[in-house]
Structures are given as C-alpha cells and as structure tokens.
Design a protein around this ligand. Structure first.
Ligand SMILES: [Zn+2]
Length: 288
C-alpha cells in the first residue's frame, strides 16, 4: 500500500476513542521494526521524522525512498503516513517537495499572528497536494532538536484559531514534555485538554512527549480527544538498553557476533516490543 496522509486514520481514531502512534525513525532498523510491528498488529501507524533525523538519514528524499521501498519489500498493507515532526516553515516545504504524506508545522515559537499566517499558507499547499498537516499551539517542553520549552499549557482560544485554519490535527501543550519526565513532573493538565477539546470539537488532538506518561494518564487523555500520540525517546532507550546488554555480555566477540545484522538485532527487537506495547495501550490494534 502506498503512503497515505493521516487524515482518515485520525478521524477514525477520534470517532472510535483510540489513538494512533507516531513513532519517530532514525535509520533502516528503526523503520523496519516499526513497520513490521504495525503490520503484525494490524494497526495504522505514523512514522515521524525530525529535521535532525532527516538530515542524519541523508535528506528527506532518501527517507521517502527508504520508506516506500520497505512498504513494497515488506508487503505492508496497513495505512502508513510519513510525517515531518516539528517542522520549520522551510523544512515543511522541503518535505512536501520530497514526497512526505504529512507534515507538522511547528509555529509555536512565532507570535500567534505569524503562526496563523504561515500555517494558512501551508494548509493551502497541503490541501492541494493531499497531505495532512499538524500545527502546534503552546510550546511543548523539553528538548526539541535544540529548542527548549517549559512544559506550558496552550490557550484554548488560540487552539481554536489555529484549528479553524483547516489543519488536520492539532498539538496543544498540556504540561507534557519531550524526553524523560523529571521526578517532580506535575502531570498532564486535563483541565486544559478538556477546554481545548471543547473549543476544537472533532479536531484530532496530538499528545507529544509520550515517553513515560503513566498508562492511566494516556487513557484519560485519549478519552478527552487525543487521537495521536508521539513516541520517540522510549524506543531510543529500549534500543540502547538491548544493545548495551549485547556488548556487555560479550556477544559481539563470539563467532560472527560482530556482524552488524547480529549486533543490531537485539536493539531492533527491543524497538518492536516497545511499539507493540504502545499500540496495545493506545488501542489501535486491528484498526487498520
Ligand atoms: Zn514533539
């Protein structure tokens, strides 16, 4: 199945009270692990690519080529969207050009008027080309490719203004943070989420920073209108732990354990386990 935009899968998720996972990719093994798991669980999936990861993977065209090749080579039949994560205005345009099926324009650091103006322009381009587009209101704390925010809560009225521009899905800061959550984290602001949902109606809402949010908070967020949840750090930690164990156990020194296909296998399996767990938690299994 060729790449699809995220509109249909998220509309269904919002109506069906579950969420679709966005799993960020870093390389071939990452992408393969996520696609195979989504297929095995018959779940729609969104592959997220940050600008930094896009650069690392030799540019957006390389990413599109790799993902499209895998969809065919692995016989992936579940809906897959290829999505730019936290795109700049220029990055969004480059991904549209390269063949992504979905983009996020993160204009949260612009004054609201400029965010609106740039979002409007990108909405028009995405509409014409059949892409989905995510916008962000209220910066989301933690490390976003070098941009550090403070875990703030979005203004529900600003959310409505951006939602009304015709975006497909909306990321609103509700106290969530990228990366690992600190010990003293105050938790998600369900008050903010409920207020945003009330203002934006059927608009699928996006929860960034899905790593380490307790399961019951995730489920409550889904019940309050979150239909897309971004997971990045958790897969990285799973990969790191499994790879570390392989080396520490001296497996790379045994037989052909140095073969990169063997060396990276435990990490790839760990990513699969992480994705499987999230798909179950988000409720998107058998929703393809
Ligand atoms: Zn994010």
């Amino acid at each position: 199945m060729p790449l699809v935009n995220a509109k249909e899968m998220l509309t269904k998720a919002k109506a069906g009270h579950y969420a679709v996972g966005q799993f960020n990719i870093n390389n071939l093994e990452w992408t393969k692990s996520i696609l195979l798991t989504a297929q095995e669980m018959n779940s729609p999936v969104i592959l997220g690519v940050s600008e930094g990861a896009g650069k690392y993977m030799c540019g957006y065209k390389t990413v599109v080529g790799m993902v499209e090749g895998m969809l065919e080579g692995l016989n992936i039949t579940v809906p897959v969207a290829l999505h730019l994560d936290h795109g700049s205005y220029e990055g969004a345009k480059a991904c549209i050009e390269a063949g992504f099926s979905s983009i996020m324009f993160d204009g949260s650091h612009y004054p609201i008027d400029e965010n609106i103006e740039k979002t409007k322009e990108l909405v028009a381009i995405c509409e014409e080309k059949g892409l989905s587009i995510e916008a962000e209101v209220g910066s989301i704390g933690g490390e976003e490719d070098g941009v550090v925010g403070a875990g703030e809560c979005a203004d529900p009225n600003e959310c409505k203004m951006i939602a009304d521009l015709g975006v497909t899905m909306l990321a609103a800061g509700i106290g969530n943070i990228h990366g690992k959550y600190p010990e003293n984290w105050a938790g998600l602001s369900f008050e903010t989420l409920a207020a945003v949902q009330e203002k934006t109606g059927t608009m699928p809402l996006v929860l960034h920073g899905g790593t380490g949010i307790p399961a019951e908070m995730i489920q409550k967020a889904i019940s309050l209108g979150v239909s897309k949840i971004n997971v990045n750090t958790e897969c990285q930690l799973a990969f790191q732990e499994a790879t570390r164990k392989y080396i520490e156990d001296g497996k790379d020194l045994q037989g052909k354990g140095f073969d990169p296909r063997k060396l990276l296998a435990p990490g790839a399996e760990a990513i699969k386990a992480c994705v499987r767990e999230k798909i179950e938690l988000f409720g998107s299994a058998n929703k393809a």
